[in-house]
Design a protein around this ligand. Structure first.
Ligand code: PEP
Ligand code: MN
Length: 278
């Protein structure tokens, strides 16, 4: 499926017509002329927290709720997520507010359980080259949101996608979430140029995650606008009813009012870039 051209990896079905870059997730289009907004807390913490977020997203007409139930944390002493309880809360809120649930799967063992509750299975940056997980996702029928590893080249990222596609699941969304560089002003360096390159090299929708890509909530609004202007297919952002009390990634989470403003601004701007938000 992969061929090497001038030291770059190209998926064989490269450069499709724009309407080839289209995924339908429970009736909602990702790719083609859509700019998809995926929002939610870094981690599911409680029913109250998640419902506040889901209710807002529903009122804004959004279609995707993100939230981690299994959290891959740098320290084993940090909050690891609510696991099954978190998955149940996500499904409950997804059903109640008509939102597709995006959540991370961290290993092969928990994949059947996560796939039972999620609409989109997220592979985190730390797991981008977990090849047994990628192969297992190839056997799965649910769409996969594949994050770029923070030290992965584009070829490695697309190679990871090819593991899933070769396994039989081509419902893949690529997500640029920032790479590690010498810059200390931000948590990671959001590599939008590489996201555009990846988009030009594959038939998959490509989105950006400016929350992990920058680490600062103040930078999310401008980076979402940059993602839209760059022609990407959407963004994933972290939001929280009380970011200062968040159990993870509060510093990079938008408040709900800030998110409402952002969604409004993007809905106004999107048509200028040939897109509609969903
Ligand atoms: C996340 O989306 O919450 C997350 C852990 O992201 P990443 O894998 O990009 O660090
Ligand atoms: Mn996070």
């Amino acid at each position: 499926m992969i061929s090497k051209v001038n030291d770059s990896v190209y998926l064989d079905k490269v450069l499709p017509a724009e309407n080839g870059r289209r995924l339908l997730i429970n009736g909602t289009q990702v790719g083609a002329g859509s700019f998809t907004l995926i929002a939610g807390p870094c981690a599911v913490e409680s029913a109250i927290q998640l419902e506040a977020v889901a209710k807002l997203l529903h009122s804004l007409g959004a279609h995707f709720l993100r939230g981690g139930a299994y959290k891959p944390r740098t320290s084993p002493h940090s909050f690891q997520g609510l696991a099954l309880e978190g998955l149940k809360l996500l499904r409950q809120m997804g059903d109640k507010y008509s939102l597709n649930v995006v959540t991370e799967v961290i290993d092969v063992e928990s994949l059947p359980q996560v796939a039972e509750y999620a609409d989109v299975l997220q592979v985190g940056a730390r797991n981008m080259q977990n090849f047994s997980l990628l192969r297992a996702l190839g056997q799965c029928r649910k769409p996969v949101l594949l994050k770029r590893g923070f030290a992965a080249t584009i070829d490695e990222w697309l190679g990871a996608a090819d593991y899933i596609a070769t396994g039989g699941n081509d419902k893949i969304i690529l997500c640029e979430r920032g790479i590690r560089t010498f810059s200390q002003a931000t948590r990671n360096t959001l590599d939008l140029a590489s996201a555009v390159v990846a988009r030009n090299m594959t038939s998959f929708p490509v989105i950006a995650d400016p929350s992990h890509g920058t680490g600062h909530w103040e930078l999310i609004n401008p980076m979402v606008k940059a993602s839209l202007a760059a022609g990407l297919d959407g963004v994933m952002v972290e939001i929280h009813p009380q970011p200062e009390k968040a159990l993870s990634d509060g510093r990079q989470s938008l408040t709900l009012p800030h998110y409402s403003t952002l969604q409004y601004e993007i809905s106004e701007l999107a048509p200028a870039f040939g897109k509609q938000i969903n």
